[in-house]
Design a protein around this ligand. Sequence first.
Ligand code: ATP
Ligand code: MG
Length: 341
Amino acid sequence: MSSDQKQTATVPEGGVVRVEEWTSGEWQDFLLRKSWLTPQERVSKVTRLAGGNMNLSLKVTHTSGEMFIKQGRPWVEKYPQFEAPWGRTALEADFYLCTRDTARIRDAMPAFIGIDAELQVLATQWIADTTEASSIYAEQSGSQFLRQHSEFLLSYLEALNGSEVKKLEGRFDQNPLKLLNSFHIHDYPFQAEQIRVAEEASLQNLGWLRDARFTKVRDEMKADYLGTGDHFLHGDFYPGSLMIKEGRPIVIDSEFCMMGRSEFDAGNLFGHLILAGAKSNEIEIEWSGSRYFQSLDLGYLKKTAGIEILRRTLGVAKVREFKSPEAFAALIDSARALLFQ
Ligand SMILES: Nc1ncnc2c1ncn2[C@@H]1O[C@H](COP(=O)(O)OP(=O)(O)OP(=O)(O)O)[C@@H](O)[C@H]1O
Ligand SMILES: [Mg+2]
């Protein structure tokens, strides 16, 4: 492994290089030095992308095509007042490096071009003409998405969860992003104020979210999430990490990758399909033919889905709007049913 591929845990002494301020000429020099471009290729334009909350995302246009560039800085791009761990972009690159020999994973993702660990700059193939899978929330087309893409996505997760990455220096054991993410999954959504706001929006008493029975499940899931596990996970497996091209999902954004319980990725997806209007039994029936799904602990998977639905409804990272208090209440009820079957 080259020094570039190792994680750099601390911000360089000179501070973070703000690559968005580079001229085309500076990009040209950098990309050539990295051998990500050939001397014959010239950079013509660098555009900042609107999507992406955590990181800086750029499109570099050059004479023979385009490239996707991502830089993870020690802050959350959309909310710069919040810190984020330096080194996460190199970890995303490690994900690509560790999985590139597995066709089922590699072929479902943009091609990896390279990583500069010093700058925390990742380059991948630019994927043109995609649609955002996240449209399924507004369209409430989760059932259709389920039928179209389940086989592909479960096959991807099966290959990923079976990857032998444990030998690789254990660097996926403790992704520092987990602490930040856990706060947003297990803590913030269930603070008194968030529950109160949800009670107002649903016109329901949500006292069960304050009860010891719920808190116990939530605490157990938090401990599991923050611990280590036997399976390699994407860590952020939901429509926001999927782009659709020619009717097929492309998986992106593996910066949350980690070792954990297999049910975590599949459970997240299960929860998001429900957020997009699919029904729990419909997902179970659709997935029942998959050997991979059969190998998972269904009860635990459903708990994961339940927590994910709640955090996307009560927490910061909301994914959809609700037409009525009844629709809001119905979703919270479905999360409760998944948590306490
Ligand atoms: N290889 C690619 N080709 C074209 N567009 C891409 C590519 N990778 C990502 N994008 C676009 O850039 C956006 C941001 O990418 P990504 O999700 O990796 O960044 P992020 O900062 O980690 O986002 P988030 O904060 O939502 O997790 C994506 O939503 C997608 O629209
Ligand atoms: Mg991300």
